[in-house]
Design a binder for this molecule. Structure first.
Ligand code: PHB
Length: 392
């Protein structure tokens, strides 16, 4: 077995793991990052596309890339559509903030390129990864060249997604997990068509939720609420467009249609685990929490974790005080639970639940009217969607 030493061992080369490795590098702290996926696999996975202003600032200010501002699209609002009417929530007017449409895949490509240019040790396509979370934490894996390798470190970071092996290494008696399932999922797809609208449209309809998002002027991303056991093979292009039309067309609004690719069914759940730190191991991003995609919070929460984690790690490595690690969970969880609530709230406000009564449906309409018909209601959504820049 080949053994290496580094200061911080990071499992997971998604945006959380790479961003942390990058920030640590800028603070003069060496790390090794591993991922069982190849660079190609990560780069071709379609993920969400909305970045909060704070996430954009982190990417730009830490020198990851300017592409987010030169090639990303600034959105100053979103539309809530119900009863065939569009209601725009104007973020700039309400809270003086914006979000950026910039796909997670591009965030990954920018981070991966930056780490490579800075000589970072990032190993894709490793196998048999295991972690040792004792006082001298370590990760072991078979490198892509077939060599069994052990990386010993002062700290171990689990940024390894919702199936995290790091999370599962924490003894169950120590962990508390909160979990909520929803009786639906999203059917997502890419459409080669011109934009149907310059901003995102979140639609509640009698046939269920639909979301119109974008990727490029010629490529759009859309979703509609479906059953969790829906199979992509059962959906022809005609059937997909018929479903979308039923939910969003009407009253002068019509979708631009085109050839479909990248169809997938996205699972829908809310999950939080705590503590996010056990001894010398700390969790970040989906390894510690999952949100339903309705609030576009997943990637933003992962980056927010990393911002706190970077501070905690640099302080700990400077003076060796373990108490410093202890504050990580509470600092990260405050935002996590706000985002959990927001994602749950957006989801329940906009989706049709099987078995909903006439009362439930009218109440949902009342809720939407409260948000779109009141400056305070709209500001509540705007502040949360753009990422609580001006609150704690
Ligand atoms: C996307 O563009 O993929 C997207 C946007 C907003 C969401 C979820 C997904 O809430």
């Amino acid at each position: 077995m080949r053994t290496l030493r580094t200061r911080v061992a990071i499992v997971g080369a998604g945006p959380a793991g790479l961003m942390l490795s990058h920030l640590l590098h800028r603070s003069g702290i060496e790390s090794v990052v591993v991922d069982h996926r190849t660079h190609e696999q990560i780069a071709t996975t379609i993920r969400a596309g909305i970045l909060e202003a704070g996430s954009v600032r982190l990417l730009v200010d830490s020198g990851v890339s300017d592409r987010v501002v030169t090639e990303g699209d600034r959105h100053d609002g979103v539309v809530l559509r119900f009863d065939d009417e569009n209601h725009r929530i104007d973020f700039q007017d309400l809270v003086g903030e914006s979000v950026w449409l910039y796909p997670q895949t591009d965030v990954f490509l920018d981070l991966a390129a930056r780490r490579k240019a800075d000589g970072g040790d990032v190993r894709y396509g490793v196998s048999d990864t295991a972690v040792d979370i004792g006082d001298r934490p370590a990760m072991t894996f078979t490198d892509s060249d077939g060599v069994a390798t052990r990386v010993e470190a002062e700290l171990l970071i689990g940024a390894d997604g919702s199936h995290s092996i790091c999370r599962r290494a924490i003894p169950p008696g120590i962990r508390t997990e909160w979990f909520r399932e929803y009786p639906f999922a999203w059917f997502g797809f890419l459409a080669e068509a011109p934009q149907s609208h310059p901003e995102l449209i979140y639609t509640r309809s009698a046939h269920g939720f639909a979301l119109i998002s974008q990727r490029t002027p010629a490529m759009q991303r859309m979703y509609f609420q479906c059953s969790p056991d829906e199979r992509v093979e059962d959906w022809s292009e005609d059937r997909i467009w018929a479903e979308m039309r039923k939910r969003v067309n009407g009253n002068g609004f019509e979708l631009n249609e085109g050839p479909i690719s990248g169809a997938m069914v996205l699972p829908f759940r809310s999950f939080v685990t705590a503590p996010m730190r056990h001894g010398r191991m700390l969790l970040a991003g989906d390894a510690a929490h999952t949100v339903p995609p309705t609030g576009a919070k997943g990637l933003n929460l992962a980056l927010a974790d990393v911002r706190v984690l970077h501070e905690v790690i640099t302080e700990f490595l400077a003076d060796g005080d373990e108490d410093v690690l202890g504050v990580y969970t509470d600092r990260a969880l405050d935002r996590v639970w706000k985002a959990q609530h927001f994602s749950y709230w957006m989801t329940t406000m906009l989706h049709s639940a099987a078995g909903a009564t006439a009362f439930d449906i009218e109440r949902q309409r009342g809720e939407l009217s409260l948000i779109t018909g009141s400056r305070h209601g709209a500001a509540y959504l705007a502040e949360a969607y753009t990422g609580w820049q001006h609150s704690k």
